[in-house]
Design a protein around this ligand. Structure first.
Ligand code: FDA
Length: 308
């Protein structure tokens, strides 16, 4: 793993830096490139604007690893409000949730119950709950929770999960999820993982991404291909054309603030695009992972900061 990427991932876990950055106005200003704002209302406003540009959205109320049950329920409450507001404002939006924010590391049952409550609410509103994937120590428990909820009466199709192409296990996970009709978002993977569980080289991750996206595109279920990598996108488009898979049967997903040019171009070509919009006060770990993906972003942000 390149040194800068490791450094940013290490920084993403640094508590002192996090406390300092989240409370500083400079930090907030820099993060605004990738984060919609601090409040729920900011996220809804940005979602509306993105919808107007012909793209769907998924909303992420930032936060990871809560330390009390009360915090987990508070985090869930924001998502319940989002589901109500999405319906009230008729937004083309769903929600993306991290199970550690719902208390996974305190009590698995707590996180499972909260996720089930959100899936029920989403289902009543005709909406959908996506469970984000975190580091590999949580892959199995995350999949177990999603599969249990999807198997409940009336909840089939209301919950989906994320699979990371850098993990060796992902092909067999996808086979199982497809057999159960569960919607998948495929991404490359954003955490620092050891070579025992994940491909160390980018080329291998990319090859696996292309292979797994083919499996998803061929299935009858609606999936999301989350990437800004033009080679991955070109491979998916080619696969779809060769296998006569219509553009309406899948979507591309990208992060708010990343490759906006590519997002617009895909919409113009007639593809479904969904933008992942994070918001909230706890933006620091998310922001650092984005810098880890592309250290050149630091220069980009610095240039824009001083230009304003
Ligand atoms: P790659 O990193 O190879 O980058 C390809 C090109 O894309 C770069 O050359 C650059 O041009 C552009 N690019 C990529 N990242 C950029 C950035 N931050 N800023 C500017 N340009 C950038 N991960 C995870 O582990 N669990 C999850 O649940 C999710 N969820 C998720 C949702 C959505 C909608 C997206 C798009 C991504 C995720 N991810 C994620 C993150 C994902 O795993 C991965 O870290 C990033 O998408 C970067 O990988 P790319 O596929 O974009 O390719």
């Amino acid at each position: 793993m390149p040194i800068l990427r490791s450094a940013f991932i290490a920084l993403s876990r640094n508590r002192m830096m996090r406390r300092f950055s989240e409370s500083s106005s400079v930090g907030r200003r820099l993060s605004s490139r990738f984060v919609a704002g601090l409040e729920l209302e900011d996220a809804l406003r940005v979602a509306e604007a993105v919808n107007r540009q012909g793209m769907a959205v998924t909303l992420d109320s930032l936060g990871e690893s809560v330390s009390t049950e009360v915090e987990a329920h508070q985090a869930a409450e924001i998502y319940h409000q989002l589901l109500d507001q999405i319906a009230a404002r008729k937004l083309n939006a769903n929600i993306s949730v991290k199970l550690t924010q719902m208390g996974l590391e305190l009590d698995r049952k707590l996180a499972g119950d909260i996720a089930e409550g959100l899936a029920r609410h989403a289902s009543v509103k005709g909406n959908f709950l996506r469970i984000d994937m975190e580091d590999s120590s949580l892959t199995q428990v995350t999949l177990d929770i999603v599969r249990r909820i999807n198997a409940l009466p009336k909840l089939r199709g209301s919950i989906g999960v994320v699979i990371q192409a850098y993990l060796y296990r992902s092909q067999s996970d996808i086979e199982q999820l497809l057999a159960e009709g569960i919607r998948v978002r495929l991404c490359k993977g954003a955490y620092k993982e050891p070579a025992e569980v994940a491909f160390p080289s980018k080329a291998d991750v990319d090859t696996n991404y292309v292979r797994l996206s083919g499996m998803l595109l061929e299935s009858p279920v609606y999936h999301g291909l989350a990437t800004h990598d033009e080679a991955m996108i070109a491979a998916a488009k080619k696969f779809a054309v060769n296998h006569r898979i219509e553009a309406s049967r899948f979507e591309f997903q990208m992060l708010y603030g990343v490759r906006r040019d590519l997002q617009r171009a895909l919409v113009q070509e007639g593809y479904n695009v969904r933008v992942y919009i994070p918001f909230g006060r706890e933006w620091y770990p998310y922001f650092m992972r984005r810098l880890a993906e592309r250290p050149a972003n630091v220069l980009f942000l610095a240039k824009n900061y001083f230009r304003n």
